[in-house]
Design a protein around this ligand. Sequence first.
Ligand code: ZN
Ligand code: ZN
Length: 245
Amino acid sequence: MKDILDVHVHTTASIHAYSTFGECVAAARKKNLELVGFADHAPSVPGSIHPFYFLNFKVIPRELDGIKIAMGAELNIIDFSGSTDLPAQILKKIDYAIASLHKECIEPGSVEENTAALLGAMRNPHVAIIGHPDNPQFPADLEKIARAAKDNHVLLEVNNSSYLPTGHRAGSADNAKIMLAACKKYGTKIIIGSDAHIAQDVGNHELSQKILAENNFPAELVINSSVEKFFECVSYRKSLAPKGA
Ligand SMILES: [Zn+2]
Ligand SMILES: [Zn+2]
C-alpha cells in the first residue's frame, strides 16, 4: 500500500518527546515520505506548549529540500460535548488539527459520554482527524463514530503507537478490528499516524499496516497514499467554518 505521509509527529515542544523539528524532517526524508506533519500537544497536556507557539508557524517553510511540511496540533478533548483546548482564532491559522482523548486531560466517561465527546469534536470544522479513537481507555461506540466520520468527512486515525507492546493504549488492536469493520461498511476514510515522540519513529506505520492487511482494509479508504487527498480533506473541513470564525 502506498504510504507517503505521516502527520502525527511530536517534537521537543511537547516536552515528553525527544527530537527536534529538524531531526524529524531529516528522518521523514530518509523514509522517503512526501509530507511530514507536526502535531504537538495543545496546552492541556502537562508541560506542553503555550498557545502562542501555534501562532508563529508562518516562519516555517512548507517545503524543505523536497519534502512538504504541515504544521498542526493535537488537540485535547476536554469535556463530553467535545470542546478542545485551542480557540478557533488559533485553529484557523494552523494547517490542520487532530482531536484526541487523553486521560491526562479528561477522566474517561461511560461509552455514551466518550462517544458524545468524539462526535462533538467532529462538529468542530477545524478538526480533520480523530486521534486514536480505538483507545480502550475511552470505550466508545465505534460504529457510531465511523458513521459520523463518514458523514462529516473526518478521518479516523489508525495510530501505530497504540499497537506497540510497550504502549499506553493496550487493547487498541482489538478495538481497531471493530472500527475498521465499521469504516468498511460506511466507506469511512482512515489515516495512519506514527504518533512519533522521537525521530526514529517518524513514518513508522508497520503495526498499523499489519492491522489493515489482517482486516483486508480497502486501500482506497486510506488517505496516506496521496498528499493532495490529505489536503483536500483538511480544506473541505475548514470550508465548513463560519466566515471569520
Ligand atoms: Zn494522542
Ligand atoms: Zn500524539
